[in-house]
Design a protein. Structure first.
Length: 92
C-alpha cells in the first residue's frame, strides 16, 4: 500500500508541475503571438489531477483569469477532486 501512495503522490506532483509550466508557456506564447497550447489541453491537465498547478499558474502568470471556463472551472475541478478524496478516505 505504501508504494501505491508514493506513486500517487509522485504522479500528482508531476501533473501539477506540468500544469503550472504549461500555463506559463501558454502565457509566454500568447504575448508573442505564437502557436498556443489548446485550452482543452490545459483543462484536461487540471482534470487529471493538476488543478492546484493550473490554479497556481493562473495566479502567478496572470493567465486565463478573465475566461469563465478557467476562472470558475479550475476551482470547481479542484473542489470536486477534494470531495472525491474525502469520500474515498471515508469509504475505506
Amino acid at each position: 500500500m505504501e508504494t501505491n501512495i508514493s506513486t500517487i503522490i509522485l504522479y500528482l506532483l508531476a501533473i501539477n508541475i506540468a500544469a503550472f509550466i504549461a500555463f506559463g508557456i501558454d502565457k509566454y506564447k500568447a504575448k508573442r503571438d505564437k502557436w498556443r497550447i489548446p485550452e482543452s489541453t490545459l483543462l484536461t491537465m487540471a482534470v487529471l489531477g493538476g488543478s492546484i498547478g493550473a490554479l497556481a499558474g493562473m495566479k502567478i502568470w496572470r493567465h486565463k483569469t478573465l475566461h469563465n471556463k478557467f476562472r470558475i472551472g479550475i476551482p470547481v475541478i479542484l473542489a470536486l477532486q477534494i470531495i472525491v478524496i474525502i469520500w474515498w478516505n471515508v469509504s475505506l
